[in-house]
Write a new protein. Structure first.
Length: 279
């Protein structure tokens, strides 16, 4: 009896060990299977993440290209408007002045025609004045409804094309100034600044501030992009060209231009102009 009991205990122990071994193998297999499944899931997620990043980069590149093309198209339109203004001034203006001189010479040589000549000469002089007004007022199409509409439209278009939100902080009295030279200068500098941001900054936020103090006008354009070292490296020639273009515009207006930038912390362009020198 004792021997049989011992054998039964041994059988139970062996059975328990076999069961434990089987359970251990099952748990190992299950863990291994889960590990493989998890690894496959991680690999798939990594591929999807890489694909998404590539798509986002392609979208960002496309947006930058669209912004650049839009700015280039606007520049071409404005260049054509300047050409028309120059042709009006140089060609038509010269012909009108010559016509006026010929009429006055005719009036001096033919006193009997004096009244008619004077009347025609009056019309010619009126045409000359009207032409000069057209040349002087010929400006970017966006400014036809005023600076406020132009700035808001420019920022809205930039955000729509680039996907970068813009914040505008402006004193209301800035828009009270109806000086065409001031409006064109602000519009052009802001346009070039936003174009640089779209092409080079990789920013996610842009802020624009316009303020007026006494006879000075201040414009600040700031982004939270990659920034740049000072001076910019040779590999970023496009940045230097863009900044040089802005600096030249500011210098033409007798203003001051400052650039504050730190790698990884964005860039701030600050411009200050004496209003009396802006034409």
């Amino acid at each position: 009896m004792e021997t049989a009991a011992i054998l039964n205990e041994i059988d139970l122990i062996v059975a328990g060990m076999c069961l434990l071994a089987g359970l251990t193998l099952f748990l190992y297999w299950r863990q291994r299977h889960q590990h493989i499944a998890l690894h496959r899931l991680q690999a798939r997620l990594e591929r999807e993440r890489a694909t998404r990043e590539q798509a986002e980069q392609a979208l960002a590149d496309t947006r930058r290209q669209v912004c650049h093309l839009s700015a280039s198209q606007q520049s071409l339109r404005d260049a054509e408007r300047r050409r028309i203004a120059r042709d009006l001034h140089d060609d038509l203006g010269q012909h009108l002045l010559t016509l006026g001189m010929e009429l006055r010479a005719l009036g001096a040589s033919q006193p009997a025609l004096g009244e008619i000549v004077d009347r025609i000469d009056g019309h010619v002089q009126h045409t000359v004045r009207a032409m000069r007004c057209v040349v002087r007022d010929l400006q970017p199409e966006a400014l036809e409804n005023g600076l406020e509409a132009a700035v808001n439209g420019q920022l809205a278009q930039f955000s729509r094309l680039s996907g970068i939100p813009c914040q505008l902080d402006v004193q209301p009295e800035v828009f009270d100034n109806r000086d065409a030279g001031v409006e064109k200068m602000i519009y052009r500098i802001l346009q070039e600044s936003l174009s640089n941001i779209a092409r080079h900054a990789h920013a996610t936020q842009v802020s624009v501030a316009i303020a007026r103090a006494a006879n000075r006008l201040d414009l600040t354009v700031q982004d939270n992009g990659v920034g740049m070292p000072a001076p910019p490296p040779a590999c970023r020639t496009g940045v230097r060209v863009g900044l040089r273009g802005i600096a030249e515009r500011v210098a033409e207006a007798g203003g001051r231009f400052d650039v504050a930038s730190t790698p990884g912390q964005g860039t701030a362009l600050t411009m200050s102009f004496p209003l009396t020198t802006i034409h």
